[in-house]
Design a protein around this ligand. Structure first.
Ligand code: SF4
Length: 352
């Protein structure tokens, strides 16, 4: 059933099923494994795993989703657990991708999702591709999407975005979902969360999740080493690093620049991999593979160098306007900026 398979795109029916089922939520007879299932989801979130250790019937997946989101809201109010917003959102975005991949009728599912979101989508009889009316498209990417989703890259014809393939739609929906969950976790009011978790079994579950988070804090890599040098970074690199931290995907050129910059300023391969970890499409194996290429450990064994400022400007990566050092000292290369700041820091320390 659509509602069970895609609980994160709720329909009117979702709400009525949820109301019906949650009447029994406190009853260990109906859903005895629900607390364990919720805990397993948090474990997978912490490990950045997509697979759950046990497979349960769809009602469990359906029921656990709002509970995980509400518990994340409760926990993410503590600064040390703020990361949950992005980790949980990324987890469900990946779950969606998997669900649509194994869906026997993905086109029908996508159409239903669009309806659930109050958006339109259509297919011309003679056209294998799909189209989204402009207004629906704008609403879909309103919270910001990947670079490729920008209107400027789309084919606009007859008031609709044309020539969309299934993969484009999946990417658009995945990104939309991810952003919705981040916002939901951040904005669930205290009352909303507390109002639901008032019964002893639910309070116990909240305590167990907190214990789990506290016991596994070490699994959340903090990107600390990078933080130590970041005050010396030029705004172009800092901006990209901050955007990844906020769970945004970067374009190819942005990734390559940041990766090469990190390596050039002394980050180890592991630290550089970790710097990319909050990205929604983060794949540890692939990131390490690319970094090994860029640092000359693979392929042609060629070490890639950091682009100079004019190239970064033409790629839209430069943030000179926001920084007095770039403007005043006519910086021509990001590494010059870094060396300049480093020297100034060392001189300052020596004077103390
Ligand atoms: S001027 Fe150079 S160092 Fe400064 S933001 Fe632009 S690209 Fe970066």
């Amino acid at each position: 059933m659509f509602e069970f398979r895609y609980p994160y795109f709720p329909t009117a029916k979702t709400r009525s099923i949820l109301a019906e089922l949650t009447r029994d939520l406190g009853s260990p007879v109906e859903f005895p494994l629900l607390p364990d299932h919720v805990l397993e989801i948090f474990r997978a979130v912490l490990d950045r795993r997509e697979d759950l250790e046990f497979n349960l019937a769809e009602p469990y997946l359906f029921l656990s989703y709002p509970i995980v989101v509400l518990l994340s809201s409760l926990c993410a109010r503590d600064r040390e657990f703020e990361f949950l917003r992005y980790y949980v959102a990324n987890f469900y975005a990946k779950q969606f991708k998997r669900a649509i991949r194994v869906d026997p009728n993905p086109m029908e599912a996508i159409t239903q999702i669009f309806h659930a979101l109050g958006l339109q989508i259509f297919q011309d009889p003679l056209d294998p591709y799909l189209s989204i009316p402009l207004l629906s498209y704008v609403r879909l990417v309103a919270a910001g999407g990947d670079e490729q989703a920008r209107l400027v890259y789309q084919r606009l014809r007859g008031g609709a975005i044309r020539d969309l393939e299934m993969k484009d739609l999946q990417d658009l929906l995945r990104e939309h979902l991810r952003r919705q969950i981040i916002t939901k976790i951040a904005t669930n009011t205290q009352q909303e969360s507390r109002g639901i978790f008032t019964n002893p079994p639910e309070l116990e579950l909240t305590a167990r999740v907190r214990d789990l988070l506290l016991a596994n804090k070490h699994l959340v890599k903090t990107r600390e080493t990078v933080h130590l040098t970041r005050e010396m970074w030029p705004p172009c690199a800092s901006n990209l690093y901050g955007r990844i931290g906020a769970g945004q995907n970067l374009t190819h050129h942005e990734r390559v620049f940041l990766a090469v910059f990190l390596l050039a300023t002394g980050a180890t391969l592991e630290e550089a991999v970790e710097a990319f970890s909050p990205a929604p499409d983060f794949d540890e194996r692939l990131t390490r593979y690319h970094l090994e290429h860029l640092s000359g450990l693979r392929g042609k064994k060629q070490v890639y160098h950091v682009h100079a400022c004019p190239t970064l400007r033409s790629l839209g990566i430069c943030r000179k306007a926001s920084d007095p050092v770039c403007r005043k000292f006519m910086i021509k290369h990001p590494l010059n900026y870094y060396k300049f700041k480093k020297k100034r820091k060392m001189t300052g320390l020596a004077k103390k």
